[in-house]
Design a protein around this ligand. Structure first.
Ligand SMILES: C[S@@+](CC[C@H](N)C(=O)[O-])C[C@H]1O[C@@H](n2cnc3c(N)ncnc32)[C@H](O)[C@@H]1O
Length: 407
């Protein structure tokens, strides 16, 4: 059962290796073929990002690893974060004008590239005009080198304007169809007390949504799948969910308090079956980062009151649920955590439960349960019971699909 829009997300193609290596060579940085030196730089960068007290790496110190590895790893994350918007036709290129993207903390532009690639994969043609904002001028300079290297390729034309600025001091400049903040929140206000930081980030995002996002546009946040970063994103989401003019499009199927916050050990993140490009596998291995799968957390906000759950097509009477853990097959049963609509004494409630199907209850109707993966959107009929969450032999399990049948 493929996750909705997953086909839109692919690792960078082999011709990107030459692009990135050319740019690296000009600066005498290790290329992808210099595995040992690049892997050492990548391990160093990974240490900086994983340390919550630093959580950042300037281009001057970490340029080689950001260009040679992080860029390729991060491009598909943005594609994955917008895959559902694209599959539901809530993000598309209008034939009459370019799509306008504001990419905040753009770095090398990985998030914009991820979106452009998802639009291309959906068969769209046309132009994207992006504004890339970053506090680090060296990052923007390098980003433009990559843009120039890629000119004339692809079916979606990307044109970029850069602005060196801090995201909290942006001059007003109209509305955008898409505002991206990818791996930015982690770097903002590091060291402030948790509650102060939460309030500042919720206020920043609410104002971005109101002042920068067009009426049918989206604000997309991407964060590392690390527990502390993702739980911060959940808290920000909860704060924003109290505002009547903020719609939570994805990943959540409800706007009630995030149930992952109930237990310190929980966090809701993606882990999609997408590996780094094959040319980077030796570098990942040498850097001690060898792990297949694209991990990140994300949040898609809108102004038009749309949520992914409203648009999904499901058989009448089904509950809409998202799989929020890996599947857990054990002796005699198969379980996974799901979050979304549940039945509570005959009424629909929002929540997160560990849903179980005994092997002896498996049959054709619920066979899709055998294939579920983290991130999948399901329709289950009847709705599982909140108190006793079990898929019985009469239950139907199917993939929730977009209106045009896209899975
Ligand atoms: C981890 S990089 C992410 C780059 C890119 N968005 C991605 O996802 O691959 C974070 C970027 O945010 C920038 N940044 C951090 N704080 C910023 C601020 N207050 N204003 C603008 N940019 C900022 C950094 O310079 C860096 O390039």
């Amino acid at each position: 059962m493929p996750a909705l829009g997953l086909a839109l997300v692919q690792p960078l193609e082999p011709d990107w290796q030459a692009t990135l290596d050319r740019v690296a060579k000009r600066r005498a940085w290790p290329t992808s073929r210099d595995v040992v030196r690049l892997a050492a730089a990548v391990a160093h960068l990974s240490g900086a990002y994983n340390d919550p007290a630093r959580a950042r790496a300037a281009m001057r110190d970490a340029g080689a690893a950001r260009l040679g590895f992080a860029f390729a790893r991060d491009v598909p994350k943005a594609g994955a974060a917008v895959r559902e918007l694209v599959a539901m036709r809530q993000l598309k290129i209008d034939a009459t004008r370019p799509l306008r993207i504001l990419d905040l903390g753009a770095g090398l532009g990985a998030a914009s590239w991820g979106v452009v690639r998802a639009l291309e994969a959906a068969g769209m043609r046309g132009a994207v005009e992006a504004e890339w904002v970053d506090a680090d001028p060296e990052a923007l300079e390098l980003a433009m080198e990559v843009v120039r290297e890629r000119e004339g390729r692809g079916t979606v034309r990307l044109s970029v304007r850069t602005t060196q600025a801090s995201v909290d001091r942006l001059e007003p400049r109209g509305h955008f169809d898409l505002v991206l903040a990818s791996h930015l929140l982690s770097e903002l206000d590091v060291g402030l007390p948790q509650d102060t930081r939460l309030q500042r980030h919720a206020a920043l995002l609410a104002s971005l949504l109101r002042q920068r996002v067009g009426e049918a546009g989206s604000l997309v946040l991407i964060e590392p799948a690390l527990r502390d970063r993702t739980r911060h994103l959940h808290r920000v989401r909860d704060a924003l969910a109290t505002l009547a003019d903020v719609a939570i499009f994805a990943p959540c199927l409800h706007r009630r308090r995030c149930p992952a916050l109930d237990r310190e050990t929980d966090w809701c993140h993606e882990d999609l079956p997408i590996d780094v490009p094959s040319w980077l596998a030796p570098v990942a291995r040498a850097a001690g980062l060898r792990r297949q799968g694209l991990t990140f957390s994300y949040l898609v906000l809108r102004r038009d009151n749309r949520s992914i759950g409203d648009g999904l097509v499901v058989p009448a009477g089904s509950a809409r649920l998202r799989v929020v853990s890996d599947a857990m097959p054990t002796k005699g049963k198969r379980e996974a955590f799901v979050c979304g609509e549940l039945d509570h004494a005959g009424a629909r409630v929002a929540g997160r439960v560990r849903l179980m199907r005994l092997d002896r209850d498996a049959n054709e109707r619920n066979a899709s349960w055998d294939e579920v993966r983290r991130g999948d959107l399901l329709a289950i009929r009847p709705a599982p019971d909140f108190e006793c969450p079990r898929i019985g032999p009469t239950f139907e399990v199917t993939a929730a699909v977009a209106p045009d049948g896209e899975e």
